[in-house]
Design a protein. Sequence first.
Length: 759
Amino acid sequence: MKKFLLILIFTFGFINNIQSQKDYSKDVENLLKKMTLEEKIGQMNQYNGFYDATGPSPSGGDAKKKYDNLKNGLVGSMLNVRGVNEVRAFQKIAVEETRLGIPLIFGFDLIHGYKTIAPIPLAESASWDLNEIQNSASLGAKEASAAGINWTFAPMVDISRDARWGRVMEGAGEDPFLGSLVAAARVKGFQGNDLSSPSTVAACAKHFAAYGFVESGRDYNTVDIGLSTLHNIVLPPFKAAVDAGVKTFMNGFTELNGIPVTADSYLQREILKKQWGFKGFIVSDWGSLREMMDHGYAKNRKHAGELALNGGSDMDMESTIYIEELSNLINEGKINIEQIDDAVRRILLVKFELGLFDDPYRYCDLVREKKITGSKEIMDGALEMAKKSIVLLKNNKKLLPLKKNGQKIALIGPLAADKNSPLGNWRVAADNNTAVSVLEGLSHYTGNEITHSQGIRLVNKIPDGFHEEVQINNTDKTGILEAKEVAKKADVVIMVLGEYGFQSGEGRSRANLDLPGFQQELLEEIHKVNSNIVLVLMNGRPLTLDWSSQNIPAIIESWHLGTQSGHAISQVIYGDYNPSGKLPMSFPRSVGQIPIYYNHKSTGRPGADGEDAGSVFWSHYQDEKNTALYPFGFGLSYTSFEYSNIKLSKNTLMKKNDELTASIKLTNTGKLKGKEVVQLYIRDKFASSTRPVKELKGFKMIDLNPGETKNISFKINSKMLEYYSPRNIWESEIGDFELFIGTNSSTERKASFELKSLN
Ligand code: NOJ
């Protein structure tokens, strides 16, 4: 029966794939032939929603001008328009009032859920569970598409080694291998097997490329990296997105090695469109054409249009430069019609694939919107994803899980009852205060007595003039005294501290990564009166937790987990869910270590922490260790695992397609059933360019009952050993390798092999 089902699923998926691969090139060409130059350029123009389309049409100013452009077919896409009624109203103008009736494509930042919020992407990546990540994206697509949206500006696949950069919350962390798998899973989740289904949306890999390498972690700052880092670290997740069939790309705000990426023809034309054969279109980032003037690259708006088109940007998000300047540039011979046709073809193709020409209102079904929004399926998916995203950082003397009965619990911290912060940043369509707080989650367990004290208050602020945020108060610490009184009387203290929801994300760089405001003081004060503390962290990035790691017995990294946050955290606290998450980014000991990442180079003067004490001339700090506090891949469980007996089936790979098997024994030595992410790393010992000390090359998620042992194996072949070499190609080189299998990136359990020949 199972087999039959599998065949059915496979066949169905296959048919769906065929459907989505329908060749629309003739339809695109036929339409293109009918279009005037103006109409073509119109397709390359994207506006933000500029009026309430269900109300009266605008009568003056900029909105009127945009409205007229829309009616005249000078708009190809809109962003931030959402809800069936709004989308339908705009679509109606495009379809019924413009000469050719070309439907709009509606883009939206569906980053981690639409109205029902899933964990932030960095948290999801901590699950290492690609099926769950794919499912989470597909549920987000389902909810957003039911609200009229058919294109998401996700996944963000920027690798970053710098937790000061607030946008690490949107990505998959520091590693290109994990990042590539997560990128592909998200693309598949958003787009499904059939892009024309009303439950799927086109995905967008962003920000092409290297945004995660902004200098000093300051958002929008300069990026200057070498070719090796670009190809080996930055580009792989983008390539993985292309291979997974992603329909669109977004460039970015930053420059890369002196060229704003919006105008970078090496990236966009040479690598993406030519070498990778990408057939979809590239949208600019918000106003990034215009910003090339501030970069000191474009003389004026017209010049920015010229540079962007020549560089390969197909659609202009909100600079309005393309519709103003492209026809002038054609007349002046600065750009040519083939470039415009190419861009328009790409945009139209995605619209055809989305099924918008068959039915432009395909995503506009009010009944469906009502039924799907916040449905049980989506809520359940958000909870499942949230539980899997949690990382247990410390659990001394098995303080966790807590007993369910007879305990006095003090629940302390500004984020303990907060129903906003767990939603994190990028939650444009979510209503305020819709997350389950930790207080609410814990209240479902009635056997203990909970007393709650904020310690430090939350305040409402409007930092950018229109957007209200709940922030952690940083002027008043009078609540600490009361919290201490509550803590004194408790058996266990649960402290919920970290970053408020908007403290990470775009424009939210930080120079310090400690617990913001008076939270560290609160923690230390409570610790003085009751050290039996479970620290629950909510944050969008790695924090510096040195003091906590030394003094607090139990630490749960719960990130910003979304709508179901409090339930997921409570289930972990009480042991109804045994955590298995692993960090997708290194947690530094201090900010001065940044950039810190596990796949670093050896240097000519390497050394280990603690080694060479007192000596000076090796690569280290005088006042800090080299290692991360919690390394990439780190995460504990309520049970314990033992690795033993690493073995290779042989020690040499004799030719290109040769393969060896690396295996290890994994035993659950604890008393609970648990899941372990077994990680495989490889080191290329000598090559024609220096190689990282370790690179993740595989992982497996293994469920084990107490006392159970499994033999875990990985196949190794020369393809896995390839890198972008000084010859500017991807290749593997013969020579010696080391292979490590273990519980996180610091594992030293290794074996050696040789790639002898590639013939
Ligand atoms: C700017 C951000 O950089 C980008 O990621 C986002 O998709 C656009 N704004 C649209 O909101």
